[in-house]
Design a protein around this ligand. Structure first.
Ligand code: PGA
Ligand code: ZN
Length: 395
């Protein structure tokens, strides 16, 4: 692989915040990639480089300056080699010098360029790199947005309808269920991730609504992302007008799992409360998937610890938490080798780039979180999965 030139520019994400889009010009073909941005970010994530005014001018200058000088007109045998060059050039543990957003935009574009040059679809190039079997991930459709994504109208950040099966069959079910829920909720605002943002006064209410929906749509179940780091203050978790000690919150989860058709719970505790994760996984990990997000931040070292201590039994994979595609693939491989599931995820600030859909399908992830169906940038990821399925069937 050879890169002739690199250009980057600032585009707006779904929240209207600047993010970076990078174009790699290879010897004959070119590839474009843009990167998403989180709001409930874990403190152990790689650093997203922002200017004091919130812009990405420095990240762009790093791509077009130092990174371009290091990569252009050099021969690389694979996109991994490009990732290794990027990691070495940055030289920090959390990519804080050049910025994980700058680095990831180049890394994704390099993976895409490799696929184009090999004449294979992106998901196929990814599965070949990772040694995985492509498969349709379950759709995790974020139907109700709460927490920091909707000014805490709902206590937990994400109330998700999980839809099983091939995407071409699952997506119409997701649409029908999403519309039905919308009719029941009436005129409510939309949250950051394109799901409804209603207000409820009791913890049970959203679960009761979703329970009714699941009963009407076979092949569906409920997941939540508690994003509990955002609820944690002074040793307690604050939900609605009550506060809970960690063991009291664990009891809330045990009740929910007993009473409702739950499939998974993400980040049930704050990012450094590892022993609370371990205790919850030991008690309900047979019934539901306990997913680490802020806990593990797609970081192979943190995932290794989670495996050793049995903190969880599934890992959320967000490439921008770690900053290169190769490291995100290593995180997937480690997770799968432990016999655990992966759920690949977009971020709450998204762009039109559908890379995460190819990534999830290519690694054969258990699920994909791509938001609600009320925002074009979320729908595009789900639509891309359907397109991948068509490509697979034509093979
Ligand atoms: P974020 O939220 O993209 O705002 O960090 C998503 C999540 O917590 O899974
Ligand atoms: Zn999360």
């Amino acid at each position: 692989m050879r890169i002739d030139s690199i250009h980057a520019r600032s585009i707006f994400d779904t929240r209207g915040k600047p993010t970076i889009e990078t174009t790699l010009q290879g010897s004959t073909l070119k590839a474009v990639a843009s990167v998403p941005s989180g709001k409930s970010t874990g403190s152990h994530e790689a650093l997203e480089l922002r200017d004091p005014d919130g812009g990405v001018a420095t990240a762009i200058a790093n791509v077009e300056g130092e990174i371009a000088r290091a990569l252009c007109a050099r021969d690389f045998s694979s996109p991994e080699e490009i990732d290794q060059a990027l990691i070495a050039l940055d030289g920090t543990a959390n990519k804080s010098r050049l910025g994980a957003n700058a680095i990831l935009s180049v890394s994704i574009a390099a993976m895409r360029l490799a696929g184009l040059e090999a004449g294979v679809p992106l998901w196929s190039a990814i599965s070949a790199r990772a040694g995985t079997t492509p498969a349709a991930p379950r759709l995790y459709v974020n139907v109700m947005n709460g927490g920091v994504h909707a000014d805490f109208r709902l206590p937990f950040q994400e109330y998700i309808l999980v839809v099983e099966g091939l995407t071409s069959a699952a997506l119409p079910i997701a649409h029908a269920a999403f519309d039905k829920l919308g009719e029941r909720l009436g005129d409510v605002p939309m949250g950051d991730e394109g799901g409804y943002a209603p207000t409820f006064s009791a913890l049970d209410e959203p679960f009761e609504m979703l329970d009714a929906l699941v009963a009407e749509f076979p092949g569906t179940s409920i997941a939540i992302d508690a994003a509990a780091s955002e609820l944690y203050r002074d040793g307690r978790y604050h939900l609605l007008d009550k506060s809970f000690a960690p063991d009291e919150l664990a009891q809330v989860y045990r009740d929910i799992v007993t009473r409702f058709p739950m499939h998974s719970i993400e980040d049930p505790f704050a990012e450094d409360a590892a022993s609370d994760f371990t205790a919850l996984t030991a008690s309900i990990g047979q019934q539901v998937i306990i997913v680490g997000d802020d806990l593990t931040v797609t970081n192979p070292a943190r995932i290794e610890t989670a495996i050793e201590k049995k903190e969880i039994n599934a890992v959320l994979i967000k490439p921008n938490q770690i900053g290169t595609v190769s490291e995100a693939l290593r995180a997937v491989q480690m997770t799968h080798a432990a016999g655990w599931a992966t759920v690949c995820s977009h971020r709450s600030g998204e762009t039109h780039d559908t890379f995460i859909a190819d990534f999830a399908y290519g690694v054969g992830a258990h699920g994909i979180k791509a938001g609600g169906l009320g925002q074009r940038e979320r729908l595009e990821k789900f639509e891309r999965l359907v397109a991948i399925e068509n490509e697979l069937l034509r093979k």
